[in-house]
Design a protein around this ligand. Structure first.
Ligand code: ZN
Length: 684
């Protein structure tokens, strides 16, 4: 729940000129970038980017080999996520890929082109629903055309989807079927109305009762994360069973390949502790035992020394409307030594930040424990981190593991850098900034404060505060994720303006933070709306959080005109009049949000989120969409992975690992589907 899928609108808004003061960032000098092209192809509402993995060539052969096998393990989990995201996703993907690769007609045909875009979106979302908004894609090719294509494929291909073809057609073309991947609409049966495949034949009430019962019998001090690695199924005779995701259970074929590559990677691990981490992970994949998963998490969080590290597993629970079941993901990475200095400075001072926060004393941690902070470079992205990804990660998710053993917190420097580089000059800042003063501030300090915001959010924000004794970590239910993200963001916003950051040498002066306040308010009130279709509410937790913060601050600062929404030529702008007072408001809200979290105040969370985080003023929404449309920017971005190749001698030993950035998007997706698809198309 703690992964920051931070909006890329912030980065886009922060597009700055070369005059940025952030010299310690990412260690990529302008000259070294040469003619590397960050922007790649564009379709629908998506822009594909590439990222650089500078420093890979300088790693030792042992480290490169370690990364090589880990990235293989990362790629083998892809199909798991497709299935988690929806029962028919693998079949639909295979059918469309068969049509796409065997098509003999005119590739400029309208229907073919529309199908190509649809397929590219399916690849991007790991399923037929939008990766962010969760709504089902609307095909712009006809049902008849697809039927004709399928007939042409008779006998040419092993089209295992054939017997379900009519069902698949209905799912693609009937707008009333499986409308949303995750439905969070108040008052509906969230489990029944969500298309994600975490439950089968189960109602929300039944699922909640099933897990409430498990919880009631559990170790209250060290509870495992019930339900996180299984599908809950109601059998024909009305029993409930958990189908566990293990090497011998559901998704076994894929998990066996993951384990096989983890075993190959193991001898090249950076230290003994890391070998133990791998052993525990393998054991967990083999048994599905959640206590083993906690042991693995502890071993992983305590393994702070290695340069190369990785996440591989069932991690994030955004795909389950009840927030229990975790989607599969993987990232392999190595430490960016230069940029890590910045976050280490924050980490070293963690207690100071905790002690000085505006939160009530009873909700503070007496001792902030084990926060490790580093900037990493992603080497490969897999599962729920691919192609759309996070730019910061804070794990593990288990509350008690975090409380007793701390958490690992990373910002992914080479991805942030790719976003920033790709967004330069896209016109967003000029369109939405109130005036030249705001543009100058953002251009001058935007990259720096954006990075610091992420660092503060991940390194300190999520790790701060505590639950009162006896409070269940899940008591905020569907509002939990939004409140948690708001808590971390507010912690960051509050401290960005603190003189302590100047004292620590993290910002050059007392004015730099203003860039982040401009970004926060513009994004929360205006620019993030470009990612939502007119008429829809805000659904996604991180977006709800940003709206909540911005609108709450706007409403509560109205009387004193802390900020205004100014109209000019029919366009709305955010004008911040008093940055100091705005900081005060952020502090006030942080204290309230922490109280809600610490006391498990469900009503309080509901009131905050529903009042400020969900609804959109339709007139303003329309205006923002129109202004944005004129800029012609894709609202969502994702990454094409580099390609790693193992160079082997005659005995099969790896003598080098090469990295290549030239593979195209469709090419990559088709290769993954060919080389890394080991699951059956139907997983029951
Ligand atoms: Zn977060």
């Amino acid at each position: 729940m703690k992964t920051t899928v931070k909006t890329m609108m912030i980065s886009a808004l922060m597009a700055v000129g070369v005059g940025c003061t952030n010299t310690q960032q990412q260690g990529v000098s302008t000259s070294a970038e040469g003619d590397f092209e960050y922007n790649n192809e564009r379709f629908a509402d998506l822009q594909m980017l590439r990222y650089r993995v500078d420093g890979f060539e300088q790693l030792t052969l042992k480290q490169k080999t370690f990364i090589y096998y880990l990235q293989e393990a990362a790629l083998y989990g892809r199909d798991i996520l497709f299935d988690q995201n929806g029962e028919y996703n693998l079949r639909i993907r295979k059918m469309l890929e068969d049509v796409y690769t065997n098509y003999k007609g005119d590739r400029d045909d309208e229907n073919f082109k529309a199908m190509e875009v649809y397929l590219k979106r399916v690849w991007f979302s790991n399923g037929i629903h939008h990766h962010y908004g969760c709504e089902k894609f609307v095909p712009e090719f006809t049902k008849e055309w697809l039927q004709e294509q399928a007939i042409l494929l008779d006998g040419i291909d092993k089209n295992e989807w054939k017997e379900d073809f009519d069902i698949l057609l209905d799912i693609i073309f009937n707008p009333t079927v499986l409308q949303k991947r995750v439905n969070l609409a108040e008052g509906e049966d969230l489990v029944k109305t969500s298309a994600s495949f975490y439950y089968d034949g189960v109602t929300q009430e039944e699922a909640e009762a099933f897990y409430a019962k498990q919880k009631a019998t559990s170790d209250t001090l060290h509870p495992v994360m019930f339900g996180m690695n299984s599908r809950l199924v109601k059998t024909k005779n009305g029993d409930f069973i958990e189908k566990k995701w293990t090497t011998n259970g559901l998704y076994g074929a894929a998990l066996k390949k993951v384990v096989e590559n983890l075993k190959l990677a193991r001898p090249y691990a950076e230290d003994e502790q890391q070998q133990k981490v791998i052993d525990l992970l393998i054991s967990y994949y083999e048994t599905g035992d959640l206590k083993t998963f906690d042991q693995y998490s502890i071993a992983w969080v305590e393994n702070t020394e290695p340069l190369v590290d990785f996440v591989n597993g069932f991690i994030e629970c955004y795909g389950d409307p009840l927030g229990l079941k975790c989607s599969w993901e993987s990232i392999v990475n190595f430490k960016d030594m230069e940029a890590t200095k910045r976050t280490e400075t924050l980490s070293k001072n963690a207690q100071w930040f905790e002690d000085h926060s505006p939160v009530a004393p009873e909700f503070k941690k007496e001792k902030v424990k084990g926060i490790t902070a580093k900037v990493i470079k992603a080497a490969i992205l897999g599962g729920d981190l691919y192609p759309s990804t996070a730019i910061g990660i804070n794990l593990p998710n288990s509350d008690w593991v975090r409380a007793e053993h701390g958490s690992k917190s990373v910002t992914i420097g080479n991805l942030t850098d790719a976003y920033n580089q790709a967004a330069k000059g896209n016109g967003m800042l000029q369109e939405f900034a109130y005036g030249q003063e705001e543009i100058d501030l953002v251009e001058k300090y935007g990259d720096l404060t954006d990075d610091l915001h992420t660092d503060l959010h991940e390194c300190l924000g999520h790790g701060s505060g505590k639950l009162l004794e006896g409070v269940d970590g899940d008591s905020l239910k569907a509002y939990g994720s939004t409140i948690e993200e708001a808590r971390a963001d507010l912690f960051a916003l509050y401290y960005l303006a603190d003189p302590k950051l100047v004292e620590l040498g993290l910002v050059p002066n007392k004015e730099a933070y203003k860039a982040s306040y401009i970004a926060q308010m513009q994004n929360g009130l205006l620019t993030q709306l470009v990612r939502i279709n007119l008429g829809n509410n805000i659904e996604e937790a991180h977006m709800r959080n940003r709206a909540l913060i911005a609108r709450w601050a706007y409403e509560h600062g109205k009387a004193e005109k802390v900020m205004e929404l100014v109209k000019r030529d029919g366009k709305t702008f955010v004008k911040i009049n008093d940055y100091e007072k705005l900081r005060g408001l952020f502090g006030e809200l942080l204290a309230e949000i922490q109280r809600v979290k610490s006391t498990g105040d469900f009503k309080g969370a509901q009131q905050l989120v529903e009042t400020y985080g969900v609804k959109i003023d339709p007139a303003l929404h329309k205006e923002v969409l129109e202004r944005y449309k004129k800029l012609n920017i894709a609202p969502y971005k994702g990454f094409i992975n580099p390609v790693y190749k193992a160079v082997r001698d005659t005995k099969g030993n790896i003598t080098d690992v090469t990295i290549d950035y030239t593979e195209g998007y469709a090419e990559q997706m088709l290769r993954y589907s060919k080389d890394y698809s080991v699951l059956p198309l139907t997983n029951e």
